[in-house]
Design a protein around this ligand. Structure first.
Ligand SMILES: *Cc1c(COP(=O)(O)O)cnc(C)c1O
Length: 364
């Protein structure tokens, strides 16, 4: 084992920036002279109040979130949002869903419990491409048009924000938020579970245009009503305080990142582009590894790949572990391997992965 922490390629809960973990460890017993751990503080006290306000302000800076969008810190994960989006935003009308992979399948199915759902587009066959938006069937009077920015399991990522549709866009950005600049203003609502690129599990971020608030279904639980949460600054009930604190440290870490003249999310985007390119180049130049996703929509965050001979899977994973490369096993529904390259994965880790893949191919 090398004398560093192993590189963790998990799709989620995923690696955190090591600097953030060290800072959290140093502040664990006594946050800024308060004599308390953040997890022991009242969520209504001034200390936690400043932690929450800073996390929101830093997120707004990183993504240039316009003032007419509210930021909500929620719980329940992205899957809860599959129900909460229609409960909060469908207003008794229909909703259209673009299906590009396993997560948007789940979103569309769950929404059917709450509103009249139409699938606007879905590729024929496997999830390896995104149907051309000019072919999408979107109803003018739908309450919203939902899509998944990055399909974490299938490795399919939108390289653009869909444009030209009448209904407001709603996006599941769980596994791509903060990995590149994002046109928040073009969206009515964006949601993301934290455990990929934001912080620990237990926190869900929702960014919603304020003019869409105020129309939750009567059956929507108050603790999950966007309007109630907005009115209480995400503190209608106890929020996931420690997860918000860690997410706040991740925002500060992101604001410190530099890449030439680029900063923050733009710096991450450049680094993430290079990281993904290294892995795809390795896959495409090999006769052992395969990724079938159309090159223009390949994910920069999650790279699923298969070994041509799946009998070698176990040897590949064992060898990876010996080289300090963890959690490369693919999602059970697709098999094979998956390398997740979120912000917290440095280029050095990706270089070691690619070196290992080449060495494995040479020796097998
Ligand atoms: C991980 C993930 C989910 C599920 O998130 P939970 O927090 O487990 O509910 C949904 N959508 C996408 C795109 C994801 O990556």
């Amino acid at each position: 084992m090398p004398d560093r922490r192993p590189w963790n390629f998990s799709a989620g809960p995923a690696a955190m920036p090591e600097e953030v973990l060290r800072q959290a460890a140093a502040e664990m017993l006594d946050w800024h002279g308060t004599g308390m751990s953040v997890m022991e503080m009242s969520h209504r006290g001034p200390a936690f109040g400043s932690i929450l306000a800073d996390a929101e302000a830093d997120l707004r800076r990183l993504l240039a979130i316009p003032a007419d969008h509210a930021v909500l810190f929620m719980q329940g994960g992205a899957l809860a949002q599959n129900a909460l989006v229609p409960l909060n935003l469908s207003r008794g009308r229909g909703a259209d869903y673009v299906v590009t992979g396993s997560w948007s399948v789940k979103s569309e199915r769950e929404a059917r419990k709450y509103c009249d759902v139409q699938v606007a587009a879905r590729p024929d066959g496997d999830f390896v491409d995104i149907p051309d938006p000019r072919t999408w069937r979107v109803r003018e009077d739908s309450a919203y048009l939902h899509y998944c920015g990055n399909e974490t399991i299938d490795g399919v990522e939108f390289p653009y924000v869909p444009a030209g549709f009448a209904p407001p866009l709603v996006a599941d950005m769980s596994s791509t938020i903060l990995s590149r600049p994002l046109d928040v203003a073009a969206h009515g609502c964006i949601y993301a579970g934290a455990q990929k690129n934001i912080g620990p599990a237990g926190l869900t971020l929702v960014i919603v245009r304020r003019d869409l608030l105020g129309h939750a279904a009567a059956a929507c639980p108050s603790a999950f009503d966007y309007t109630v949460l907005e009115a209480h600054r995400s503190m209608y009930n106890t929020p996931p305080t420690y997860a918000i604190y860690l997410a706040g440290l991740v925002m500060q870490w992101l604001l410190r990142q530099r890449e030439g003249t680029l900063q923050g999310v733009e710096a991450m985007a450049e680094r993430n582009r290079r990281k993904a390119e290294m892995v795809y180049r390795c896959i495409d130049s090999s006769s052992l590894y395969v990724n079938r996703v159309a090159p223009t929509v390949r994910s920069r965050m999650n790279i699923p790949f298969h070994l041509r001979d799946s009998a070698l899977d176990a040897a590949f994973l064992d060898g990876a572990r010996e080289h300090g490369l963890l959690q490369l096993k693919g999602h059970k529904s697709v098999g094979g391997m998956r390398a997740s390259l979120y912000n917290a994965m440095p280029e050095a880790g990706v270089r070691e992965l690619v070196d290992y893949m080449r060495e494995f191919e040479r020796t097998h």
